[in-house]
Design a protein around this ligand. Structure first.
Ligand code: NAD
Ligand code: DAU
Length: 360
């Protein structure tokens, strides 16, 4: 049975990936999920696997050398899928230090521990050992409004502390591949959306605010463009790259789905009104009048757009879920999981929201 060490599996993409993997491989794989359970990690996302024999949750920090070494020593890890990171750009603008700590130093520690466990005396690695580093398109910087795409060859030009820290982590993975022939891949993906996304990010924040009749804070002129991908398609891409991708390669992953932020907000409002039953009291709250233009994000990247030709040609991956369908599935999920939203937005989230938006 193949053993996966997933880091950050209690977060948004990591938990969707674990769901995807167990649906696809069932009892044929074992997953160890190492997650520090920061504000963004929620074990509720994986409660159906809690008692499964082939799932183990380890609460811990990817920067903890002793712990990660122990996990490798006690388990014959075949695959590492490294999601764990601080992931929110706005938080990185307020408090960059933890982004450097987790994203750069944490990745360095994961690489060191995996290398120490896997590398043979002659410098080679056993067949089948693979490390996948999950990264972002934000490392490439910003594109002009009127054209262009991010390719795997696009020079790195990060603008936020978040994207700079992810760029640093990518560079470390590249260096390990070049220097030690370390068996890795990097994926650079565009904006994900779907179930279990923490409501600090655009789509769940707008859904949650609209349902409560709260203002919908659109940064700047609302015309920044992101390339949105349904999270399950990202999970499938990661699995395909690990199974069929060429080692040492980087693959861009994107949705072919560029939209301005204001378009996204309007689609959310319209879809909520279509999905909410007429007698649901929350319906009366939902309206375009809630849209409120607020102060722009500092260093706000204007446009992201991924050229996903390489991954299509290499492993046949293409997005399967179009935005119209994906956003409906997402909204249905949030409407059906009000309790999940209540749990993650109580307590600390309230304080975060106040500090981030009160003076905007
Ligand atoms: P998330 O913030 O929802 O989840 C991050 C997870 O990592 C949480 O469970 C958190 O508890 C855990 N974590 C944080 N610090 C840790 C530490 N020191 N040790 C162990 N665990 C720790 O993030 P996400 O949106 O699911 O993103 C996952 C990965 O995918 C990140 O590396 C991110 O850069 C990348 N990515 C995200 C997107 C996106 O649109 N969300 C797109 C492309 C790439
Ligand atoms: O491109 C991939 C990246 O996508 C990932 O690497 C990041 O982890 C992920 O957070 C995401 O980054 P963005 O900054 O693009 O996502 P966010 O949801 O924060 O913002 C999307 C756009 O919406 C961005 O242009 C800022 C804008 N926005 C965001 C929020 C939270 C608003 O207008 N209002 C808001 O309240």
């Amino acid at each position: 049975m193949r053993t996966y060490l997933v880091t950050g599996g209690a977060g948004f993409i990591g938990s969707n990936y674990i769901h995807y993997m167990f649906e696809k491989y069932g009892g044929d794989i074992r997953i160890i999920n190492l997650d520090a359970l920061t504000y963004a990690g929620n074990p509720e996302n994986l409660k159906e696997f809690e008692n499964a024999e082939n799932y183990t949750f380890v609460k811990g920090d990817i920067c903890d050398r002793e712990l990660v070494t122990k996990i490798f020593a006690e388990n014959d890890i075949d695959r590492v899928v490294h999601f764990a990171a601080e992931s929110h750009v706005d938080r990185s603008i307020v408090d960059p230090g933890v982004f450097v700590q987790t994203n750069v130093l944490g990745t360095a520690n994961m690489l060191n521990c995996a290398r120490a466990a896997w590398e043979k005396a002659d410098g080679s690695y056993p067949e089948g050992k693979r490390f996948l580093h999950v990264s972002t398109d934000e490392v490439y910087g910003s594109l002009p409004e009127d054209g262009g795409y991010f390719y795997e060859t696009t020079p790195y030009a990060p603008h936020s502390p978040y994207s700079a820290s992810k760029a640093g982590s990518d560079m470390l993975v590249r260096a390990y591949m070049d220097t030690y022939h370390f068996p890795a891949n990097i994926t650079n993906c565009s904006n994900n959306y779907g179930p279990y996304q923490f409501p600090e990010k655009l789509i769940p924040l707008m859904i949650n605010n609209a349902l409560h009749g709260k203002k919908l804070p659109v940064y700047g002129d609302g015309k920044n463009v992101r390339d949105w991908l349904y999270v399950r398609d990202h999970a499938r891409a990661i699995d395909l790259v690990q199974e069929e991708g060429k080692l040492f390669e980087t693959y861009n992953v994107g949705g072919h789905n560029e939209k301005q932020n204001i378009e996204i907000v309007e689609i959310i409002i319209d879809t909520l009104l279509e999905e909410l039953p007429v007698d649901d009291p929350r319906r009366a709250n939902v309206s375009r009048d809630l849209i409120s233009y607020v102060e722009d994000r500092k260093g706000h990247d204007r446009r992201y757009a991924i050229a996903a030709d390489k991954i299509r040609e290499a492993v046949g991956w293409e997005p399967e879920t179009c935005f119209k369908e994906g956003i409906r599935l997402t909204i249905r999920w949030y409407l059906a999981h009000g309790e999940w939203m209540e749990h993650v937005t109580s307590g600390d989230y309230q304080k975060y929201y106040e500090s981030m938006y009160a003076n905007r």
